[in-house]
Design a binder for this molecule. Structure first.
Ligand code: NAD
Ligand code: USQ
Length: 409
């Protein structure tokens, strides 16, 4: 397949680009590099040092003998996005290229607007570019389990059979997202579903759970091939944060009671799920949804697992329940289906198998770079929209409003 990976400089995009290249696909890696700029603005930094894209693709060629073509592209530019799709006419586009932090989207009004413009406009531009030059292409779009929220019934994979006043229909599953970021994914889903119906595009929306882990067999090949690992309050996802906190004897920051439950997935399973979706395209005009996670845990349970894993190695770990900075249910029913990727052949890694080797081990190797002042949450959902946050003390830079749009170069 000829595959364009959008967001290829990111945590998930870079490992996916290498994984597909290793499997013999022709990979074009595109990114605006805006995430590196957001890091500077938030005073945050990947735990693992990451090489620039030119260096990464050169190193990949030297080590694997395979070519990944690098293109700098901002999806917010319709002409540039159209030109990229017309130039390569891909069989598959894998779209990771969004502002993906819920806390970032809740800092202030301008951050919410920036998030939704970046994500919704970027995806719309891509849909128009596909219609123009590659209408048969399969769009694989990264959505999120957070689109569904935490309803008091089982969560289906995208659609639910409804009986109402004696009639039946199969309708999109109700959405109750918990941040302006998660809302942007809902808006994307609606736009994608509409263009499949209206223009006959084909798309898979991967509603992914929270990802953990340090990398994949390809990122492990060389230090220049590593992917980022976030542990701060804005970009760090919960398990990666807990492992980083434990490594420097910082109490694990469970928000509220810790009863909030989410779906989780190892980053090695992410790249495999994306590959499975790409290899098994939907029909023209079909919009389908796969729930992309492998296990579900409450946040409190995760903290206890990290504590237990360390205790087994004679290490102490404390857990602290902070007042929850988010507006979310802390005690709720949660049972989300996740069968469709298993049906396509996914063989999941379990947290039990990955925690010590793949997460705690990596963090231990890099723990000198951990900056504990990046752990405390700076963004409160209830005060969102009132102003900017300050970067933490060790790096006092104000997080500014939306940056201007850069063009493809
Ligand atoms: P990331 O921030 O590490 O990577 C996203 C990449 O997209 C960055 O390199 C960024 O520069 C790029 N990008 C953003 N806007 C762009 C634009 N307008 N044009 C071009 N490039 C742009 O994020 P990630 O963790 O790799 O997440 C990738 C995708 O997966 C996101 O869509 C996210 O919502 C989704 N997702 C992530 C997780 C997770 O736990 N990390 C879980 C579920 C879903
Ligand atoms: N949490 C804590 N302590 C922390 C950090 C988080 O208790 O130190 C809690 C949060 O309150 C939340 C849960 O852990 O209930 C998950 O938070 P998170 O920051 O790990 O994940 P989230 O903000 O939901 O976002 C991440 C990714 C996002 C993706 C989403 C998948 O950043 O891109 O869409 O996971 S999902 O959660 O399924 O929507």
């Amino acid at each position: 397949m000829r595959v364009i990976v959008l967001g290829a400089d990111g945590y998930l995009g870079w490992p996916t680009a290498m994984h597909l290249s290793m499997k013999g696909h022709d990979v074009i890696a595109a990114d605006s590099l805006i995430r590196r700029r957001w890091d500077v603005l938030c005073g945050t930094e990947s735990l693992v040092r990451i090489a620039g894209m030119k260096r990464r693709v050169a190193r990949w060629k030297a080590i694997s003998g395979k070519q990944i073509t690098w293109e700098r592209l901002d999806l917010r530019s319709l002409p540039d996005t159209t030109a990229l799709i017309a130039q390569y006419r891909p069989d598959v586009v894998i779209h990771f290229a969004e502002q993906r932090s819920a806390p970032y989207s809740m800092i202030s009004g301008p951050h919410a607007v920036e998030t939704q413009v970046n994500n919704v406009v970027g995806t719309l531009n891509l849909l128009f570019a596909l219609r123009e030059s590659a209408a048969d292409c399969h769009l694989v779009k990264l959505g999120t389990m957070g689109e569904y929220g935490t309803p008091n019934i089982d969560i289906e994979e995208g659609f639910i059979e409804i009986s109402h006043n004696g009639r039946k229909d199969r309708l999109p599953y109700p959405k109750q997202p918990g941040s302006f970021y998660h809302l942007s994914k809902v808006h994307d889903s609606h736009n994608i579903m509409f263009t499949c119906r209206a223009w006959g595009l084909r798309a898979t929306d991967l509603n992914q759970g929270v990802v953990y882990g340090s990398g994949t067999p390809e990122t492990d090949l060389d230090s220049d091939l590593r992917t980022r690992f976030d542990y701060d309050d804005i970009w760090g996802t919960v398990l990666n944060r807990f492992c980083a906190q434990a490594a420097v004897d910082y109490p694990l920051t469970v928000y509220g009671t810790g009863g909030q439950t989410r779906g989780f997935i190892d980053i090695r399973d992410t790249v495999r799920c994306v590959e499975l979706a790409a290899l098994n395209p939907p029909e023209r005009g079909e919009y389908r949804v796969f729930n992309q996670f492998t296990e579900q845990f409450s946040v409190g349970e995760l903290a206890l697992r990290v504590q237990a894993a360390r205790t087994a190695h004679g290490l102490e770990t404390s857990i602290e329940h902070l007042p929850n900075p988010r507006t979310e249910m802390e005690a709720h029913y949660y049972n989300a289906k996740h069968q469709r990727l298993l049906d396509l052949g996914l063989q999941p890694h379990s947290l039990e198998d990955s925690l010590i080797d793949r997460v705690i081990g990596l963090v231990e190797r890099h723990k000198k770079r951990i900056k504990p002042h990046l752990f405390a949450p700076r963004v409160d959902w209830r005060f969102g929209g009132r102003g900017d946050i300050k970067a933490p003390a060790a790096s006092r830079r104000t997080v500014p409003t939306a940056p201007s749009i850069s063009t493809r170069s």
